[in-house]
Design a protein around this ligand. Structure first.
Ligand SMILES: Cc1ncc(COP(=O)(O)O)c(C=O)c1O
Length: 296
């Protein structure tokens, strides 16, 4: 995969931020590419380098029928000419994402629900690496240490653009978490210089805390519940917040990760977590392909 495209850093203007005197700039990873969008390029690039170093001709990974991760992986495979295989949760179904995966040339295998639950079991990958010895395995969501190291590059992208906003510094980061890999990358790059706040789009017990701890230990970040009752659960209040935020900010949001993260930020701003004059970089982690189904 060639060099990472640069994401623009833009001021985010919303009434509730102005009222609290909190300044937010949004790092628009959703704009880096029409298909390999958001945090995905950052997470996938190190895996592609590992695959090349081992003489492999592609990547194999896993996810659900709406997976942003598989979508970006399949698009990257098509764009940069490497083979991709996707192991899917559940039974065969047709979603806009699945249709894209097929159109992008990804080979799909449906594991069922019980089969997918085995993904963390020892030996899970053995069958697949026997069947596809030419491919390098990528954990769910592009997680793990290589994915986090790839995401560390996000910090430099924002820092390089602070001057254009008239900022000489910032006080912290805010972003959505699914596995916590992206947050871990920011924590690595910051090395304690600024705190990184994660809004968990998955409910408690889904491993974010453990994943982040395994990658970076316990310091330099804070995690907030943001799932609103379940991963990908979309309620009316969220839909309305998304529509209003989109109209006011002219930034596109999706309900599964980014709008939940923004709503969780609003809750913390309103409870006074940040004093007046605080400057936050919000990472727009992409996922807009998922709007087709999540808002349907
Ligand atoms: C759009 C979007 N935002 C945020 C995340 C969460 O990223 P991470 O799994 O690195 O916490 C994901 C999932 O990978 C995602 O698809």
């Amino acid at each position: 995969m060639p060099c990472l495209p640069i994401a623009p850093l833009q001021p985010l203007r919303l009434d509730w931020l102005d009222d609290a005197g909190v300044e937010v700039a949004v790092l628009r990873l959703d704009l880096i590419d029409p298909l390999i969008s958001g945090n995905k390029w950052f997470k996938l690039e190190p895996y592609w380098h590992l695959a090349q170093a081992r003489g492999r001709s592609g990547l194999i990974s896993l996810g659900g029928a709406y997976s942003n991760h598989l979508h970006a992986l399949a698009a990257a495979g098509l764009r940069f000419g490497f083979e991709t295989v996707g192991l899917l949760r559940g039974h065969p179904q047709v979603t806009p994402t699945v249709m894209d995966l097929q159109a992008f040339g990804m080979q799909l295998h449906w594991l069922g629900y019980a089969g997918y639950r085995q993904r963390h079991a020892p030996g899970f990958w053995d069958t697949w690496t026997e069947q596809y010895p030419q491919l390098y395995p990528v954990p769910e969501g592009g997680g793990g240490a290589p994915g986090a190291q790839g995401c560390a590059a996000i910090v430099a992208q924002a820092r390089a653009q602070l001057g254009e906003l008239g900022w000489d510094d910032y006080h912290g980061w805010w972003l959505a978490c699914g596995t916590g890999t992206t947050l871990a990358g920011l924590v690595l790059a910051e090395a304690g210089a600024h705190p990184v706040y994660g809004a968990m789009a998955v409910p408690p017990g889904h491993g974010v805390v453990e994943n982040v701890e395994a990658l970076v230990g316990t310091g330099g970040y804070g995690l907030f519940e943001a799932s609103r009752g379940g991963f990908a659960k979309v309620d009316e209040a969220l839909k309305q917040f998304l529509a209003e935020s989109e109209a006011a900010s002219r930034v596109p949001w999706e309900p599964v990760y980014t709008a939940k993260a923004l709503l969780a930020l609003q809750a913390q701003v309103e409870t006074g977590l940040f004093k007046r004059g605080t400057r936050i970089v919000f990472v727009h982690t992409g996922g807009l392909q998922g709007r087709r189904q999540a808002l349907a």
